[in-house]
Design a protein around this ligand. Structure first.
Ligand code: C2E
Ligand code: CA
Ligand code: CA
Length: 559
């Protein structure tokens, strides 16, 4: 509630007692002065303790021992918002820092609230006493105020939130953490000063919305937090909407969007910093989604994060200890049903968790970069296997390995692969490289350069998951590949209808005209096989024939 709202909703005595109750819990001496008459209209308890009760006295006489108002006084010059100023203080006989904020007094008067932030003195006994009083009453010190925005910093926020949440166990609280979208870009594009201006603006908005409650803080960088009492979740959303709108409406400014994470306090024994972390986790889930600017914390996030951190903790050791195993899924020629290849798929044989499927770790490894290591390991396993087949006098069959998008950015891809086939002395055409379709949309020119080089070395290239995205034969017409692997979903969706069957038939026809081999993956049923045979698809891979299996089993199949 701000002062004008107080004015509208309560009578004068009521308003005074509300103001008392707010400002007397403040850690700082606060004096309120009428800007027209220079009368002191209010002092909180701490101010009265320090300066004596001076209500109704003139401020320039009291604080500056002058007979007329001071020239350039902040009381007069302040146009709006707040300003922090340091200067010599007559009454204290020392340098002091005050914060002046322009507000509307509950009776309609235009007033300035002056809050004593700091007194710089070692010698002067009165000032020293005042400093000591401030230090004592302010169990949190100046360092707990954020210098740039002049609102509390995180340490102070923790204390305030802790107090409120523990003092009012009958009330529901939420912790909200938010940050500015792409703040780094704003700094890079418009400079730090502009970035600082925006941060100060956010501080002002919070002060405007919550007044002097100190239920908010700048946590660090562009991250802010507040705690709020609520009855319905909608109350929280409404407040967020208000803040977001105010932050975004800074005139003539770059667009400033903010994203919010909300933690509903249930277990009050959870430390406040952890509550903030959880709210932050929730806010991260809104990133990259323009339709969402706030999210509630869900216990599932924590479980996911624990799972992720466990995987990240274990992965390096797992690779060193050989916990990753190459499974092979056979590929069959459709006309003769003869085994003609295999896809290498990773499995994690975890000592305590059992077999972990790739869907639980590949997406994470693609994010944290560990996929480079795992893929290289898988390529090496494939090369080793081909070498062993040759050494055992078997006719080697090609193995397809997956190449994740990370490798295309990794300039060494060709060298790593060439070195590997050299090391095991195998023909590169026995190593097929599966590159997922979506990559063709990313950076086609770069991808094409890499692919042409790889094909030049003799590797075979396959477009994985063909039909799952937006690419078409038209797109890959210009890219040098040998094979398309039709995605299971595409197959399922299309062959369900007569029209769809025509689409798949023509896709296969066109691929063949472009001299591309066609593999269908996810072939599960006899109906799939019949349709694919009729469509003259070359190769099939799927549970209908065989599931991915350890090498020892695969060797039995191919012998
Ligand atoms: P993918 O490359 O599209 O591999 C085919 C996936 O389909 C495999 O799942 C395979 O087990 C599954 N599959 C095969 N036949 C059928 C079928 O008839 N029906 C159904 N429903 N599924 C079938 P998997 O092994 O769980 O691998 C999932 C994905 O993880 C792979 O999709 C691939 O994108 C990724 N992945 C697996 N191993 C590696 C690896 O070593 N490196 C990289 N970069 N990615 C890998
Ligand atoms: Ca694949
Ligand atoms: Ca695939």
């Amino acid at each position: 509630m701000n002062f004008s709202e107080i004015r509208e909703s309560v009578d004068i005595d009521g308003a005074k007692s509300i103001i008392d109750s707010i400002l007397n819990v403040s850690y700082r001496a606060t004096v309120i002065v009428d800007r027209q008459t220079f009368e002191i209209v209010y002092m909180n308890k701490l101010a009265k303790d320090m300066f004596g009760s001076k209500v109704d006295c003139l401020c320039y006489e009291t604080f500056c021992t002058r007979e007329v108002p001071c020239q350039g006084c902040n009381l007069v010059s302040l146009e709006s918002g707040s300003v922090v100023a340091s200067g010599y203080s007559e009454i204290l006989d020392k340098q002091a820092t005050w914060k002046y904020s322009k507000i509307n007094w509950f009776d309609g008067r235009d007033v300035v609230m002056a809050t004593l932030i700091e007194v710089d003195d070692e010698q002067n006994p009165i000032a020293k006493e005042i400093s000591a009083k401030i230090a004592k009453s302010v169990s949190v010190d100046r360092s707990e105020m954020d210098e740039l925005t002049n609102i509390p910093g995180y340490a102070r926020f923790y204390v305030n939130a802790e107090k409120a949440i523990h003092a009012n166990t009958d009330k529901e609280y939420a912790i909200v953490v938010f940050d500015i979208d792409r703040f780094k870009n704003i700094n890079d594009l418009y400079g730090m000063t502009k970035g600082d201006d925006i941060l100060k603006h956010v501080g002002e908005v919070l002060m405007d919305i919550f007044g002097y409650n100190e239920n908010y803080a700048r946590m660090h960088s562009d991250m802010f937090a507040f705690y709020i009492e609520y009855e319905r979740k909608l109350d929280i959303i409404r407040t967020i909407e208000k803040i977001r709108k105010k932050i975004g409406s800074k005139e003539n400014e770059t667009e400033v969007n903010t994203s919010y994470g909300i933690y509903l306090v249930q277990d009050r024994s959870v430390p406040i910093n952890l509550m903030c972390d959880r709210a932050m986790v929730a806010s991260r889930t809104t990133k990259g989604d323009v339709m969402r600017f706030c999210a509630f914390y869900d216990e599932q996030y924590r479980e996911d994060m624990i799972r992720i951190s466990e995987i990240e903790h274990d992965m390096v050791k797992a690779l060193e200890e050989g916990q990753f195993q190459m499974y092979l899924q056979p590929k069959f020629k459709l006309d003769t049903e003869v085994l003609c290849g295999a896809e290498a798929l990773a499995r994690w044989l975890h000592p305590s968790k059992g077999i972990i499927p790739p869907s639980d770790f590949i997406p994470l490894f693609e994010k944290n970069g560990f996929i480079l290591k795992l893929d290289e390991y898988m390529w090496e396993e494939a090369c080793k296997t081909i070498r062993n087949w040759m050494d055992a006098g078997k006719e080697p069959i090609p193995i397809s390995v997956n190449v994740s998008r990370y490798h295309i950015k990794h300039n060494n891809l060709e060298n790593v692969l060439v070195d590997m086939v050299k090391k095991y002395d195998i023909d590169p055409k026995l190593l097929h490289l599966e590159i997922t379709e979506s990559l063709f949309l990313d950076e086609p020119a770069k991808l094409n350069r890499v692919m042409e080089k790889l094909r030049g070395f003799g590797f075979k290239l396959e477009v994985d998951d063909f039909g799952s995205g937006f690419s078409s034969l038209n797109l890959i017409r210009n890219i040098s590949v040998d094979t398309i692997k039709i995605d299971k979903e595409f197959l399922d969706n299309e062959i369900a209808s007569e029209k769809g069957k025509i689409v798949v038939n023509h896709t296969i026809d066109m691929a063949k005209e472009l001299k591309l081999q066609v593999i269908a993956e996810g072939v599960e049923t006899k109906a799939h096989v019949d349709f694919l045979k009729k469509s003259k698809c070359d190769i099939a891979q799927g549970y209908y024939f065989a599931k991915p299996m350890p090498l020892s089993e695969f060797d039995k199949l191919s012998s």
